[in-house]
Design a protein around this ligand. Structure first.
Ligand SMILES: NC(=O)c1ccc[n+]([C@@H]2O[C@H](COP(=O)([O-])OP(=O)(O)OC[C@H]3O[C@@H](n4cnc5c(N)ncnc54)[C@H](OP(=O)(O)O)[C@@H]3O)[C@@H](O)[C@H]2O)c1
Length: 292
């Protein structure tokens, strides 16, 4: 039975990146739909669940993407609502790579900090209002960390904070950081720092993090020069620089790719799996566990 992945995307153009990873993760065919709205989802899902018998439905699955994580959440909810037993297929949400990238970043940061509890740890997510930052903030908040996200604009920060709290709960606040010149102040109390800013923008100069008392780990997901954290190179994978453990975008990206592919493979193992931030984090934990 051919493994068919239905890619539903709110943006106009379905992501090529996600299509390639879908094939590499084991899909035989990817059926991509762009510009999808809530109102479209039910009929698209029905096309997926009524075409194969229940025992064959594990060979069909849904992948929700697009640039907007809040819209992605709505599309995933609409997709699961349109299914009913025994006519269900597995589904995964990864708008802009947000869940897989955030899961990889958070897992690497926790490991670099010693692998213990993050409850009460002060986590700063620079430019944390995009899909990756929002998901990373949520994962840290749900684990009990004291999370702060920065935004160039106070209202955008508040909106992102509200999204995180609504979905994950926990302790999250937002502060304004207009640009890199304000990073020293913003980073002052951080113990773990993640730059989730856009490609090609340096937001954290070295003087904001190097030899800063209390700061244990800095991590960057921007792989495009200029990199997001001055002095942290893309291949840095747990190296200590100026008293701080550094994680670069490719060190995080390597784990992200493994997690993403493993998740695609798992979609086709059963017909009732929902892969979102927490369940994708479970997959990462399994991949990172020491081999017996
Ligand atoms: N390593 C990997 O495997 C991997 C995978 C996927 C994505 N990524 C990277 O992850 C990062 C985050 O992705 P994303 O889609 O969540 O990011 P995004 O939405 O493009 O940007 C995140 C936030 O950055 C702020 N921002 C935008 N332009 C800016 C500028 N010129 N100067 C300062 N701040 C700016 C915006 O916040 P405000 O408007 O609120 O300030 C925006 O919400 C990107 O660098 C992306 O390339 C890495």
């Amino acid at each position: 039975m051919r493994k068919l992945l239905l890619q539903l995307v709110s943006s106009r153009l379905p992501s090529v990146f996600d299509r390639v990873v879908a094939y590499d993760g084991g899909a035989d065919e990817v059926m991509s739909y762009g510009g999808v709205t809530d109102a479209d989802v039910r009929d698209l899902i029905h096309g997926c669940i009524f075409t194969r018998g229940p025992k064959d439905l594990k060979s069909s699955a849904v992948f929700v993407g697009g640039a907007d994580i809040a819209v992605g959440e709505q599309l995933l909810a609409a997709a699961t609502k349109a299914m009913f037993k025994p006519f269900t297929v597995s589904a995964m949400l990864d708008s802009n790579g947000s869940n897989t990238t955030a899961v990889a970043a958070v897992a690497k940061m926790v490991q670099a900090a010693g692998g213990g509890e993050v409850r009460g740890t002060r986590v700063l997510i620079v430019a944390g209002t995009g899909p990756v930052g929002i998901r990373a903030a949520g994962l840290f908040a749900k684990a009990g960390a004291d999370v702060c996200i920065t935004s160039r604009k106070a209202d955008a920060g508040e909106r992102a904070r509200d999204l995180v709290l609504k979905r994950f709960g926990g302790k999250v606040r937002a502060i304004a950081m207009a640009d890199a010149s304000e990073a020293v102040r913003a980073c002052e109390r951080a113990e773990l720092l993640l730059n989730a800013g856009p490609a090609g923008v340096m937001l954290v100069p070295k003087r904001a993090w190097a030899n800063r008392p209390g700061l244990k780990v800095v991590a960057d997901v921007n792989a495009v020069p200029p990199l997001g954290i001055e002095g942290v190179e893309v291949m840095d994978d747990g190296v200590t620089k100026d008293g701080v453990v550094c994680l670069g975008a490719l060190a995080i990206g390597n784990l992200k790719m493994k997690v993403h592919k493993a998740c695609i493979a798992r979609l086709f193992e059963r017909n009732d799996l929902v892969l979102d931030a927490e369940t994708i984090a479970d997959v990462a934990r399994e991949l990172m566990a020491p081999k017996q």
